[in-house]
Design a protein around this ligand. Structure first.
Ligand code: CO
Length: 153
C-alpha cells in the first residue's frame, strides 16, 4: 500500500464527472488500498478517487462503526429520507468546515471490489459520508452546498 497525494480545492480534477469502473482487477484493488491508507493517515472518514487524481467512480468510507471499511464502486443513492444539518469538512480543503443539509438516512447500491452488488443503509455521519463522497464523483464539492461556514479559530 502507498499513500497518495490529495488533490486540493481549486484543482479542475475535482470538478470532473468520473467514469464508471468496468475492470475489477489488481489496479482497482491497489487504488482502493491506497485510498484507504491515504484517508486513514489523514484522519478522514471518506475519500473519493478524484481526490487522488483518478477520475473513476470509486469511494472508500470508514466512520468507525460496525461496517468498518466500506468500499464502493459505481455507487448510486437509491433512497433517502429525512434531513440533517451538521458541520462537514473535506480532506481536499483541510481546516475548513461548514454546515451542510443532507438526508438523515440514505440507501446506497454499489459494487464491491470484485464486482458483486452490495447495499448499504446509513444514518447520521454515514449517510452524510455517502452523500459527500458520491457528490465528489459528479464534480460537486461540499463548499457548493454550505449554508453557513464554521468560524475559523
Ligand atoms: Co470531500
Amino acid at each position: 500500500m502507498a499513500q497518495r497525494e490529495i488533490v486540493r480545492f481549486g484543482d479542475d480534477t475535482l470538478r470532473k464527472k468520473c467514469r464508471e469502473v468496468t475492470e475489477f482487477d489488481e489496479k482497482l484493488w491497489i487504488l482502493l488500498d491506497d485510498m484507504y491508507e491515504t484517508m486513514m493517515n489523514n484522519n478522514g472518514v471518506g475519500l473519493a478517487a478524484p481526490q487522488v487524481g483518478i477520475l473513476r467512480r470509486v469511494v472508500v468510507i470508514d466512520v468507525d462503526d460496525d461496517n468498518g471499511k466500506i468500499e464502493l464502486v459505481n455507487p448510486v443513492i437509491v433512497g433517502m429520507r429525512g434531513k440533517q444539518v451538521e458541520s462537514e469538512g473535506c480532506l481536499s480543503e483541510p481546516g475548513k468546515y461548514g454546515y451542510v443539509k443532507r438526508p438523515a438516512k440514505v440507501k446506497v447500491q454499489a459494487l464491491n471490489s470484485y464486482g458483486k452488488p452490495v447495499t448499504y443503509i446509513g444514518t447520521g455521519l454515514l449517510a452524510r459520508a455517502f452523500c459527500h463522497e458520491i457528490d465528489h464523483l459528479n464534480g460537486i464539492l461540499f463548499s457548493d452546498k454550505v449554508i453557513e461556514w464554521v468560524e475559523e479559530e
